[in-house]
Design a protein around this ligand. Structure first.
Ligand SMILES: [Zn+2]
Length: 63
């Protein structure tokens, strides 16, 4: 399973979570419970492509 990295917006704690693509993204810091931000790896091996009008991201599903 892929490992996602999150950074807490409050305490700046960075942690990694192993989860499948279908799992809901982590929203809370495991230390303080505040909002976290997913860190997208700046790596070409990640198969996410941003194209002008056709914005599409598989790891940010709409609900
Ligand atoms: Zn935190």
């Amino acid at each position: 399973m892929p490992i996602y990295t999150y950074e807490c917006q409050s305490c700046k704690h960075v942690f990694e979570v192993e989860q499948s693509m279908s799992d809901a993204p982590i929203k809370k810091c495991i230390k303080c419970g505040k909002a976290v931000k997913k860190i997208i790896p700046q790596d070409s091996s990640v198969g996410i492509i941003f194209k002008g009008s056709g914005f599409y991201s598989t790891d940010n599903p709409k609900k």
